[in-house]
Design a protein around this ligand. Structure first.
Ligand code: PLP
Ligand code: TYF
Length: 392
């Protein structure tokens, strides 16, 4: 039977990992997959995570099954991290999931029972549309990014969502938009909240980079603001980036209900999604997060480490924009300092992206997305020169 099969197209981002590894050139630059890298190019295990792992290993007495929602204590302590200390906690239910991807998957599967359409920004992370298609949602793209300015085209976004049908699902990036790095301002979030409420749209906020933009609390502002205004909402969060536990597959799916009773029923539906998907999430990463967030001292150490990562990204953004300014004698790349998180679109075509890879050993996604954290300080000028050269 398998002779009928054709290989699906590869994941454009993940396939860069092996392409980069196989490149033997000394000066190669890896701006592909979205993982944080320190100044040596490493993605280290955080010290707070190592300490939590040490404690976990010493204290763990069983590896018996947990429920479909994972570790109940993780589910309790992750709520204030995302929704803040003043969260309407009685109306929020959380499920531990295999990464933010697992959360998106069960939340979209859940939503597909209630509605048939999802609005996704253009552009967005490729897996958003892939997962939506998989659960049978019709995908509508809303305009998001203005390539000419490197900023959000909010009037176009708002106008498109004002035309959405009541009950439609709307995917929003909570912070550090992937791939553009362009986020809404607080004023725009407030306006958007009005549209969502008025049009009776169901927001699904994906927050995968909390702490990499303006800070852990600042980056959750939009989620918290919407949670304070909307009757119902879905949130997918990821611990992959801010705890640096990518492969341990840790995230959370949240549902905000009109009442505690409705939230509990929705939670039971999410459990049913988890049951048919993977039964229950892996424990290790969530246990580490739980140990960190339950301990004030470890939490402080972890927050410092997130801040160090955030600062490095911000410094690189400034350094890169300055280098472009010097080389091009213009402010054409100043948007790099306004963008947030690890990504920006550098404005190259797929053909130019290919040239960057083949001629200069610069690996970036073919939509022109760069992972800023992949740059080493001493590579900035070479990268700028390569971009300017291929763009003629
Ligand atoms: N959402 C966005 C926008 C992402 O970029 C990622 C990336 O990894 C995820 C969700 C999910 O991440 P993970 O499943 O590794 O937690
Ligand atoms: O956008 C990125 O680079 C990260 C990592 O299927 C990623 O979100 C990319 C593709 C994928 C899973 C994770």
């Amino acid at each position: 039977m398998f002779e009928k099969l054709q290989a699906p197209p590869p994941d454009k981002i993940l396939s860069l990992i092996s392409a980069y590894a196989e490149d033997g050139r000394a000066g190669k630059i890896d701006l592909g997959v979205g993982v944080y890298r320190d100044e040596t190019g490493a993605t280290p295990v955080l010290a707070s995570v190592r300490e939590a792992e040490r404690r976990l290993l010493a204290a763990q007495t069983t590896k018996s099954y947990l429920g479909m929602g994972g570790d109940p204590t993780f589910c309790r302590v992750i709520v204030p991290l995302v929704f803040g200390a003043d969260a309407p906690a009685e109306r929020i239910r959380a499920l531990q999931t295999p990464g933010g991807s697992g959360a998106l998957s069960i939340l979209m599967g859940f939503a597909a029972r209630l509605t048939s359409r999802i609005h996704i920004p253009e552009p967005s992370w490729g897996n958003h549309a892939a997962i939506a298609r998989h659960v049978g949602l019709e995908i509508v793209r809303y305009p998001y990014f203005d390539a000419a300015t490197g900023r959000v085209d909010f009037p176009a976004m708002k106008a498109a969502l004002e035309r959405a049908e009541p009950g439609d699902l709307v995917l929003l990036h909570g912070c550090c938009h992937n791939p553009t790095g362009a986020d809404l301002t607080r004023g725009e979030w407030s306006e958007l909240a009005g549209v969502l409420a008025e049009r009776k749209l169901l927001a699904l906020v994906d927050i995968a980079y909390q702490g990499f933009g303006d800070g852990l609390e600042e980056d959750a502002w939009a989620v918290r603001h919407l949670a304070g205004l909307l009757p119902e909402m879905l949130v997918a969060s990821s611990c992959s980036k801010n705890f640096g536990i990518y492969r341990d597959r840790t995230g959370a799916a949240f549902v905000l209900g009109r009442s505690p009773e409705e939230a509990a029923i929705a939670e039971a539906q999410l459990m049913a999604e988890a049951r048919t998907g993977y039964s229950m999430p892996p424990d290790h990463g969530a246990a580490v997060v739980r140990i960190i967030l339950e301990d004030a001292d470890l939490t402080a150490r972890w927050r410092n480490e997130v801040e160090t990562m955030r600062r490095r990204i911000a410094d690189l953004r400034r350094g890169l924009a300055e280098a472009f300014r010097r080389r091009t004698n213009s402010g054409a790349y100043d948007f790099l300092t306004e963008n947030r998180g690890m990504f920006s679109l550098i404005g190259v075509t797929p053909e130019e992206a290919l040239r960057l890879r083949q001629e200069f050993g610069v690996y970036l996604v073919d939509d022109g997305r760069i992972n800023i954290a992949g740059l080493k300080e001493d590579q900035i000028d070479a990268f700028v020169e390569a971009v300017v050269t291929v763009k003629g």
